[in-house]
Write a protein that binds this ligand. Structure first.
Ligand SMILES: Cc1ncc(COP(=O)(O)O)c(C=O)c1O
Length: 348
């Protein structure tokens, strides 16, 4: 389904527009003042999502960025450290928020497709001690955005958790697309939920809601998260109009992510066929397809600019990497159109 101006937008799964069912739910939502914790629709969303992950509590926050930043501050005191992979959203796209807001030191490890190796983490993690900055949290991203939508196998997460626990560090999950991991792997959401001290999960990516994320965890952590949300200016008043769309998203749009995954696979297979070496369909596990343009005549920015001229919007990850993301507003015709346009531009 193209954008209102007739384009196919594959830049991100954040570009979706709310569905008719969401708009209807928003218009008829019961609301109250959520800063007083009196908005019934927000409370229902928080209870629903906490239960989906098998955890005690959840807190509705305006964005995934705020969710992550709040979680890091819940887990890591100022001047101590969080360890994560070098391409993680928390250290790539969050404006240096951990340093600015939390005074938190970040240390990063280069990891294949963004998936941390427990032995590499064990070699770097620092327990509390006089001479070193203690690692207070280990953060992972499920699925990994810049890692091409890669899914952490659940046993790998369990090993990483063990490494964190034995060093006295907490374990955080940037679960912006954890729903995609759940659908692709078949691992139940509570199995993920039980591994982490805190999770930030997004409603506004593949699930298609216009706004919102949730911080999920134990009650004490969520209570601190509520204070931090207020301090960051994230306390919202009649937020039930937004939470109503989120409830539709978690009710109706989780299992349908399989359609996005199938379209991403079809896209990857067709492009690999048209331009061998461009993408490995075997590495496309969810809704993100990353094209490798190294050694080709056309760079990422040029390809994206030309494709936009032909009505297909692509994301640029680096000078040689382009991203195509399937979502609620992408149908089979969009996939066909994108393949035709990209294959034509690469052949030119
Ligand atoms: C992996 C990941 N985490 C967090 C976020 C942040 O979400 P938001 O844009 O709602 O702040 C994004 C956004 O695309 C993301 O891809």
């Amino acid at each position: 389904m193209p954008t209102p101006d007739g384009r196919t937008d594959l830049r991100s799964d954040t570009v979706t527009r709310p569905t008719r069912a969401m708009r209807h739910a928003m218009a008829s939502a019961d609301v109250g003042d959520d800063v007083y914790a009196e908005d019934p629709t927000v409370r229902l969303l928080e209870e629903t999502v906490a239960e989906m992950f098998g955890r005690a509590a959840a807190l509705f926050v305006p964005s995934g960025t705020m969710g992550n930043q709040i979680c890091l501050r819940v887990l890591v005191p100022a001047a101590d450290e969080v360890l994560c992979d070098a391409e993680a959203h928390v250290v790539t796209y969050e404006g240096g928020g951990a340093a600015q807001h939390g005074g938190i030191q970040t240390r990063t490890l280069v990891a294949e497709r963004g998936l941390l190796d427990p032995d590499a983490v064990a070699a770097q993690i620092r327990p509390e001690g006089y001479a070193t900055v203690p690692t207070r949290a280990l953060a992972v991203e499920q699925t990994h955005n810049r890692g091409g939508g890669a899914v952490y196998p659940v046993d790998l997460l369990a090993r990483l958790r063990d490494v964190a626990v034995s060093a006295g560090a907490a374990f955080h999950c940037d679960g912006a697309r954890i729903w995609n991991a759940h659908v692709a792997s078949g691992v139940p959401l509570p199995a993920y939920g039980g591994l982490f001290d805190t999770l930030s999960v997004c409603l506004s990516k593949g699930l298609g809601a216009p706004v919102g994320s949730l911080v999920v965890g134990e009650q004490a952590h969520v209570d601190v998260a509520r204070v931090l949300r207020r301090r960051l200016g994230g306390g919202m008043r009649q937020a039930g109009v937004l939470a109503a769309a989120g409830l539709v998203a978690v009710r109706d749009h989780v299992e349908r992510l399989a359609e996005d995954h199938a379209r991403a696979q079809a896209l990857a297979v067709a492009l690999a066929d048209a331009a061998p070496g461009l993408v490995d369909p075997g590495l496309v596990e969810t809704n993100i397809v990353t094209l490798d343009l190294a050694g080709r005549a056309v760079g990422a920015r040029e390809l994206a600019a030309k494709a936009a001229g032909d009505g297909v919007l692509l994301g640029v990850l680096s000078s040689t990497r382009v991203r195509m993301v399937t979502h609620l507003d992408v149908d089979d015709n969009d996939v066909e159109r994108a393949v035709t346009v990209v294959a034509k531009l690469l052949a030119a």
